[in-house]
Each structure stands twice: as C-alpha cells, then as structure tokens.
Design a protein around this ligand. Structure first.
Ligand SMILES: NC(=O)c1ccc[n+]([C@@H]2O[C@H](COP(=O)([O-])OP(=O)(O)OC[C@H]3O[C@@H](n4cnc5c(N)ncnc54)[C@H](OP(=O)(O)O)[C@@H]3O)[C@@H](O)[C@H]2O)c1
Length: 280
C-alpha cells in the first residue's frame, strides 16, 4: 500500500481542506496537531514527531502559529523525516516569505528546505487569507472593521485555493519540485472595498476604519498576542501601508487549473459569518 501524506496543522484552515481533498483523490491523509487531528503532534514535544511520521512519505508543513522562532524545531523534525524516508515537503510560507525580516524564521525555513537534497519541496507563499475576516483575526465589531492599511491594497486569497494548490503539489511532487508559488486572489482590493463587500452580502452597515499601526499592534498584544509576534504584524501590515501589498498572480490558475476565488464570491458564500445572531 502507498504511504500516507502527513498534514501538519491538520485541524487548521488549510490543513483540514488539504486532508479532505487528498482523501477525495483516494490518497491516505494523516492530520496532526495538538487537538482535533488523527494523531497528536506538538512542535514543542519532539517525542511526538516519530509517531506522526510513521508510514508517511510526504508532508504538508505548517509551522507553529503565533511564533517567530521555530527554525530549530523544523530542522529537527526534517532530520527525523529525512531518516524515515521522506520524499517531499510542501511548505505553507507567506507572501514574500524569502524577504521576511530576519527576526521571523520564515526565510530560514525556506532556506533549510532548499539546502536539503534527500527530498523535494514546494513553497506556497499566500497573500493575506480571506478567512481572516470570518474568524476572529480581523473581526467586524459594532459595524466597524479596524486594520492599519494607509489605504493600501491586498490580493486576499481563499484558503480553499491554497489547499487546492497544496494538493496538486502533494499528488505530483515531481512536477512541483523546487516550485515557489505566490498565491493570491484575482484582484488587489482595499479594506474599504472589503467593508463595502461585507456590508453588501450581510445587508448590514459595515465601515472600514484605518488605525495607527503601532496602536493596533499594542492593542493586540494587550489582549494576549505574544509580544514577540509584533514583528510579524508590523511586517505584514507595513507592506500594505507602504503600497507594497500583494498583487494578483496567475499561480493558482496555473497549478489548480481554475481561477482563484474573488473576495466577493468568498463573502457571498460566508455571509452568515457577519450577520448578527438574531438574524441567523
Ligand atoms: N492568516 C493569513 O492571512 C496567512 C497568510 C499567509 C500565510 N499564513 C500562514 O499560514 C499558517 C497557518 O496555517 P492555517 O491558516 O492553515 O492554520 P490555522 O487555521 O492558523 O491553524 C493552525 C494549525 O496549526 C496547529 N498548531 C498550532 N500550534 C501548534 C503546535 N505548537 N504544535 C502542533 N500544531 C500546532 C493548530 O492545531 P492545534 O492548535 O490544535 O495544535 C492548527 O491545526 C501560518 O504559518 C501563517 O503564517 C497565514
């Protein structure tokens, strides 16, 4: 029987979709995380690595979230995976991940993968994910969406499109060996556009409010975001404020064979996320 694909972050937004689609293709997928997956996997407990890796030969690599330092853990995991016969890794990086500030280990993980010859790899570099607006990352509070942007734009991408590309790389690693895919939606839009779209699909007034970048980051840290993660938020929002947000690429269509979803289509599909409980 062929080996399974190990899906790290298997209970997360992209990992859960990657696993489901692989199964639809008749491929065994093993989800791994601390809660709600097939196997218990904790980046902070290397004793959980071998059990997750057993019987797998491809990995969807999602690094620990809300952290900036994890390259050592990823290297230790990849050493074990290599020894266990790993063939391919698809890494969920970030848009412009190779240019991430050195305080964040994104570029370090990309470089680690590029330095290894025992297995192939593909790197996915998504723009800001549309699902940020439907979970608690970028909520609409009292009809207001508050994010620092300076009027800049971003080509937000649907997590389902990231998963579709990941699945292609895991089904056919040889065809995507060494690939770096910049995954975006079909248009770069502003947060004013986002608010207007949410208002239209939910039938409720929603406005966008720009905010000072440091005030927003300090607010996030005050309510529990790890203080050292501020560098990540500063980098991500700084790109948009500087007018250097993501621009549409054709990578999703080229790999998945269909255009990426627009924010409007995503918002229509998820309109219930923005209606008040009494409207639901
Ligand atoms: N949000 C965006 O706009 C955006 C854009 C580009 C790239 N990204 C990248 O996308 C990645 C997140 O992927 P996602 O959105 O698919 O996942 P997600 O929905 O954020 O979920 C995170 C997954 O990782 C697992 N996890 C977190 N900490 C872990 C730990 N210490 N040990 C083991 N598992 C752990 C979680 O499960 P448990 O908590 O149960 O362990 C969960 O399955 C991040 O690397 C982020 O930088 C995000």
């Amino acid at each position: 029987m062929s080996q399974a694909v190990l899906i790290l972050g298997g209970s997360g937004r992209t990992g859960s979709l990657v696993a489901r689609r692989l199964v639809e293709h008749g491929i065994r997928a093993r989800t791994a995380s601390r809660r709600g997956s097939d196997v218990f996997f904790d980046w902070d407990d290397p004793a959980t690595y071998p059990g997750a890796l057993t019987g797998t030969d491809r990995v969807y690599l999602v690094t620990p979230v809300l952290r900036v330092r994890y390259a050592g853990q990823v290297a230790a995991f990849l050493d074990q995976a290599e020894a266990a016969g790993l063939r391919h890794v698809t890494f969920l990086s970030t848009y412009n991940g190779d240019r991430a500030p050195h305080e964040i280990d994104i570029a370090a993980v990309e470089a680690d993968l590029a330095s290894r010859e025992a297995f192939t790899h593909s790197i996915l570099r998504p723009a800001w994910v549309m699902q940020n607006f439907t979970d608690d990352h970028l909520p609409v509070i009292n009809g207001t969406l508050t994010v620092p942007s300076g009027g800049g734009s971003e080509a937000f991408v649907d997590a389902a499109d990231i998963a579709a590309v990941a699945v292609e790389t895991l089904l056919n690693p040889g065809a995507h060996a060494g690939a770096r895919y910049a995954l975006t939606g079909p248009q770069a839009i502003t947060f004013d556009d986002v608010a207007a779209t949410i208002a239209a699909v939910s039938g409720q007034p929603v406005v966008y409010k720009d905010i000072d970048q440091e005030a927003w980051i300090n607010g996030a840290v005050a309510v529990g975001l790890p203080a050292d993660y501020a560098v990540m938020l500063r980098w991500l929002t700084g790109a948009i404020i500087a007018g250097d947000g993501s621009e549409p690429t054709g990578d999703i269509e080229a790999v998945a064979g269909r255009p990426s979803a627009s924010f409007e289509a995503f918002a229509r599909r998820n309109a219930a996320a923005w209606t008040t409980p009494e409207d639901k």
